[in-house]
Design a protein around this ligand. Structure first.
Ligand code: AMP
Ligand code: TRP
Length: 333
């Protein structure tokens, strides 16, 4: 349980696809640094993913695999509270109450809703529409101070703040109004195929993305195919975005400076550079893979991790819910 002085951080991630090298470098490495000074809660927001049709068997497997990938990245389940959103029923309970404090005009303006309903014209469901109220519940239940998410979630965060302030105004101080924190990413990792685009777990061109779960052969192949240019010189410049991205990856994964990478490959061509970069990545991911396999063979332990995570989360969430129920005039149970 958080002590009174510790600030609270909450972040949620949908269990879809598989974690990428971009997630690892841009987010998970930061999370590990945060666990020293904050009480961090990381929720795998499985209920949010139900806004899109899921195959139940595959979905269960993806959810488990996501949790194991986080653990294998080194997130400490003692220091952090890691849990599945659906295991803490207070999320949906608060979401309903917040729905009743959210205007349709506000939800109509959400760009993610507009985009997703464009993409899934056959399934524009009410869950997709009220998704931001559930997200606000995720955050407000824990009296969160800071939400570290990317730029694309800014609009949802703004709405969450508006809902919190509106509720506090109507019913008296109930929720901490959270701050959005766009993490200072060590680096923004770009697609290996289109270096002007972010490396993404949802990219249709799989060759553009390195997944943490990729095998050694696949990593080597993707590296060989990475888009570069005809200069054949390992130079860090905006004119050579492909090679620039590969240098950035090398530098962050090997933990050496950009200058050092450039000096190391002075006079050598792209072939040698790409092959050695693949080896550096494979080496860096080796402990991840070993841990992943270990956890996979230890599902009893994994189960205790997420059960304990949900227990700790429920305890905090119930504290907030008691207050909320009383503030809106529901009878005590
Ligand atoms: P997403 O995979 O888009 O849900 O993002 C999850 C987290 O990983 C967010 O904090 C992103 O900012 C971070 N992230 C995702 N892709 C990259 C990337 N290519 N480079 C750096 N950070 C990334
Ligand atoms: N909507 C977020 C995304 O698509 C995921 C999310 C759900 C979330 N609840 C959250 C992120 C709470 C931060 C805090 O990435």
């Amino acid at each position: 349980m958080a002590n009174n002085h510790q600030k609270i951080i909450f972040s949620g991630a949908q269990p879809t696809g598989s974690l990428t090298l971009g997630n690892y470098i841009g987010a998970i490495q930061n999370w590990k640094a945060l666990e020293q000074d904050y009480q961090c809660l990381y929720s795998i927001v499985d209920l949010h993913s139900l806004t899109v049709r899921q195959n139940p068997k595959e979905f269960r497997e993806t959810c488990t695999s996501f949790l194991i990938q986080y653990l294998a990245c080194g997130l400490d389940p003692e220091k952090n509270i890691i849990f599945f959103q659906s295991h803490v029923p207070q999320h949906t309970e608060l979401a309903w109450i917040l729905n009743c404090h959210t205007y349709m005009g506000e939800l109509n303006r959400m760009t993610q809703f507009k985009e997703k309903s464009q993409r899934h014209k056959d399934n524009i469901n009410a869950g997709l529409y009220t998704y931001p109220a559930l997200q606000a519940a995720d955050i407000l239940l824990y009296q969160t101070n800071t939400v570290p998410v990317g730029e694309d979630q800014k609009q949802h965060l703004e709405l969450c703040r508006d809902i919190a302030m509106r509720f506090n105004q109507a019913h008296g101080e109930t929720f901490v109004v959270p701050e959005h924190h766009i993490p200072k990413v060590g680096a923004r990792i770009m697609s290996l195929q289109e270096p002007d685009k972010k490396m993404s777990k949802s990219d249709e061109n799989l060759n553009g993305t390195i997944f943490l779960m990729d095998s050694e052969d696949v990593i080597l192949k993707k590296m060989k195919r990475a888009v570069t240019d005809s200069e054949n010189r390992v130079v860090y410049s905006d004119e050579q975005p492909g090679i620039k991205n590969l240098i950035t990856i090398y530098s962050t994964v090997a933990n050496i400076s950009i200058d050092e990478v450039v000096a190391r490959y002075d006079g050598k061509g792209y072939g040698a550079f790409k092959k050695e970069l693949a080896e550096v990545i494979i080496e860096a991911l080796r402990p991840f893979k070993e841990k992943y396999d270990n956890y996979k063979n230890n599902m009893d332990y994994v189960e205790t991790v997420y059960k304990r995570g949900a227990e700790r989360a429920r305890e905090i969430a119930e504290g907030t819910m008691k207050d909320v129920r009383s503030k809106v005039g529901l009878l005590p149970r």
